[in-house]
Design a protein around this ligand. Structure first.
Ligand code: ATP
Length: 319
């Protein structure tokens, strides 16, 4: 079993043609396909792994375009449903001069939010060696129930559960609801990746020190990773913990860095699960993941910037 199944949203970001402008000032926009779980699936496939995506798109030109992007990138789209009544989700995203992003979403509701339990492709989910998800699919029904059901099916079929909450505060009714709901499925994961910003939000403390991270540790976890942007990452398991520096590159757009990191990490773990018990092996995996995250920041957009394995190996050789 080596299939990585990614569950959740796939959408189109509309990104200004010039950076450092407000949405109103933008002279035009470029379509940038994305959605964190879809990016992770494509990251896995680009690194030579087997990936499938489960989610819902609008039965419209954009939805069919996105399914085509999955297929063109070697991702199994057998778990994709199409909604005839609702549109594919859109997000307008401003790229600030520092490379960070601000979002304005068009989801009222969008097709991804309307996936039902009954539409889940259980055949795909039960073949997962790793089942990966975020938290955006928890925000509203019926997708929330479909998400919880998919986790249960994957778990029963023996998959490792991988969770990257990918906090998007503007999508939640309140910050309290976001925190509570993101944490409501926390204990069920085997592997969690959070960014430093998410760690501070979820812990309610302005620090990424070990004592704060450990408030979010649970005994059943196999791996908890905190990513630190250009500074790399910290890792925690039952038996060991440590940190790894990031790789200095010419960053133009950080979109998708976290997804590339997760895809790379899962791609390696699915090949050899003993990395979760062996610190030396795990450090090699996370160096690879840091390199994949770094490369993704050197090009605009997420999907075009996701690296192949040779590109990551090349960056590692230079350091
Ligand atoms: P995203 O921007 O996709 O939401 P994230 O906030 O989930 O990302 P980050 O911590 O920003 O996650 O990035 C994930 C990994 O990518 C980092 O651990 C690091 O290895 C790499 N990375 C991110 N930004 C940079 C950068 N500016 N330079 C080098 N590496 C980076």
């Amino acid at each position: 079993k080596d299939l990585i199944v990614s569950f959740g949203e796939m959408l189109i970001d509309f990104v200004p043609t010039v950076s450092g402008v407000s949405l109103a000032e933008a002279p035009g926009f470029i379509k940038a396909p994305g959605g964190a779980p879809a990016n992770v699936a494509i990251a896995v496939a680009r690194l030579g792994g087997r990936a499938a995506f489960v989610g819902k798109l609008g039965d419209d030109e954009f939805g069919r375009m996105l399914a085509g992007i999955l297929r063109d990138n070697g991702v199994d789209d057998g778990g994709v449903s199409f909604d005839t009544g609702a549109r594919t989700a859109l997000a307008f995203v401003t790229l600030r001069t520092d490379g960070e992003r601000e979002f304005m979403f068009y989801r009222n509701p969008s097709a991804d939010m309307l996936l039902t339990e009954g539409e889940l492709n259980l055949d795909v989910i039960t073949r997962a060696a790793v089942f990966h998800y975020g938290s955006i699919s928890l925000i509203t029904e019926p997708c929330r129930s479909a998400h919880l059901k998919a986790m249960e099916v994957a778990r029963e079929a023996g998959a490792l559960l991988s969770y990257d909450p990918n906090l998007r505060l503007p999508l939640w009714p309140s910050a309290e609801a976001a925190q509570e709901q993101i944490l409501s499925i926390w204990d069920q994961a085997d592997i969690i990746k959070v960014s430093d910003v998410e760690l501070e939000f979820l812990s309610g403390q302005e620090s990424v020190e070990d004592d704060v991270v450990l408030t979010l540790w649970r005994p059943a976890f196999k791996l908890l990773v905190v990513t630190l942007g250009e500074k790399g990452c910290k890792y925690y398991t039952k038996d060991f913990r440590g940190s790894l520096d990031g790789y200095a590159v010419d960053t133009v757009d950080t979109t998708g860095a976290g997804d590339a990191f997760v895809g790379a990490m899962l791609r390696k773990i699915v090949d050899d699960q003993t990395v979760l018990q062996d610190e030396g092996k795990l450090r090699e995996v996370l160096k690879f993941a840091n390199a994949c995250g770094a490369i993704t920041t050197t090009e605009k957009g997420a999907i075009p910037a996701l690296p192949s394995a040779p590109a990551a190996v090349e960056l590692l050789k230079r350091h």
